[in-house]
Structures are given as structure tokens and as C-alpha cells.
Write a protein that binds this ligand. Sequence first.
Ligand SMILES: NC(=O)c1ccc[n+]([C@@H]2O[C@H](COP(=O)([O-])OP(=O)(O)OC[C@H]3O[C@@H](n4cnc5c(N)ncnc54)[C@H](OP(=O)(O)O)[C@@H]3O)[C@@H](O)[C@H]2O)c1
Length: 170
Amino acid sequence: MKQVKAHIAVSLDGHTATLDNELDWLPDEVKRTVGKHCLEADCLLMGANTYTYIFEHWGGWPYKSQRSFVVSHHDTNLTPDCGVEFLTEEPLRKVYELKQTHDILVVGGGKLLTSLVKAGLLDCLTIYTIPVMVGKGIGFIGETFGSKWKLSGSKIIYGNIISAEYELLY
Ligand SMILES: NC(=O)c1ccc[n+]([C@@H]2O[C@H](COP(=O)([O-])OP(=O)(O)OC[C@H]3O[C@@H](n4cnc5c(N)ncnc54)[C@H](OP(=O)(O)O)[C@@H]3O)[C@@H](O)[C@H]2O)c1
């Protein structure tokens, strides 16, 4: 079976974005690093809010070479010609099926990550801890059933950011 991985930048107070979806607290180097992983990925997976954020802030769809899947209850696909597909019917089952044949990179956000962790579908998680407190924001991960993870690697990047890789323990 292939793997589902996520690379997520988290503020020191545990947020992935401010309440108004701002990512201006994220250093450009980290944005570029995450973007590079996206461009190298086999398939991309994201929640509807992250899809909307990318579409609105990047002036279109930047990952045209990747198959991109958006999890939502509603198909609001604005970029069907760019390899973007909405998963609205039993989306987590579809992710499970996709995982049989494809490595998947989860772009975000926290709500989708929570669903994936609850379903036992996320195998690897890389967290970039940014030494900034954003105050009120969108949480990194919600309530799950509890799970154990192994720290499989860590390093300091760009001077003051901890990059830590975790693998789900079965
Ligand atoms: N810091 C980072 O590295 C990073 C990375 C990615 C995103 N972000 C930021 O995070 C914010 C978005 O994160 P978020 O947590 O609010 O939202 P999200 O996870 O991107 O999207 C949440 C939406 O996805 C759909 N969804 C998620 N799980 C589902 C499931 N199991 N079944 C059906 N639908 C499901 C629902 O859409 P519907 O309501 O349409 O049904 C839900 O409202 C944005 O500001 C984005 O820029 C930050």
C-alpha cells in the first residue's frame, strides 16, 4: 500500500492560519518548501477551505500537473480543467481506495487532517513549527480518537524553524 503524508506549518500557539485565513506569518522559505513537495507529489489532497484559499490567493490553480482531490460535502469545483476532482460521496473511502495505488500528499487543512487521523488514513506527518504566535486562529488538529506516533526525523531549517517528521505507529 502507498502512503498518505502531510507537510503542515504550525504556529507556536498551534494554528495553521489566522481566523481570517491569513498566512502572512509563514516565512516565504517554508511556503516554497511546501510548494516544492506539492509539485513533486503524485496526488494532492485537501479540504474545501484550503482549495478555496489556494484558488483565491494564487490567482488560479498552481498544481496543474498533479491530480488534485478536494474533500467536501458539495462540488464547488472552479478548476475542473486543471486536474482537480471533488470527492463528495464517501470521501474517506475514496481516499482509502486511492491509497491502494497512489502516494498522496495532504496539503491541509486542519479539519481534513482531523478526519484522516480519525480514520487512520494518515501515515506520515511533517510539522514545521514557526516561532510565531498568531493569537486567534484556525486549529491544527481537532479531536481525534488518540494515536501514537514515532518521531522519525527532525532538524532546524532556515535558522529557527523546527521540521519534525512523525510516522503513525500501528
Ligand atoms: N499552515 C499550513 O501549512 C496550511 C496548510 C493548508 C491550509 N492552511 C490554511 O488552513 C485554512 C483551512 O483549513 P481548515 O481546517 O479550515 O479547512 P480544510 O481542512 O482545508 O477544509 C475543511 C472543509 O473540507 C471539507 N471536509 C473536511 N473533511 C471532510 C470529510 N471527512 N468529509 C466531507 N468533507 C470534509 C468540508 O468542506 P465543506 O464544508 O465544503 O463540506 C470542511 O468544511 C486555510 O486558511 C488555509 O490557508 C494552512
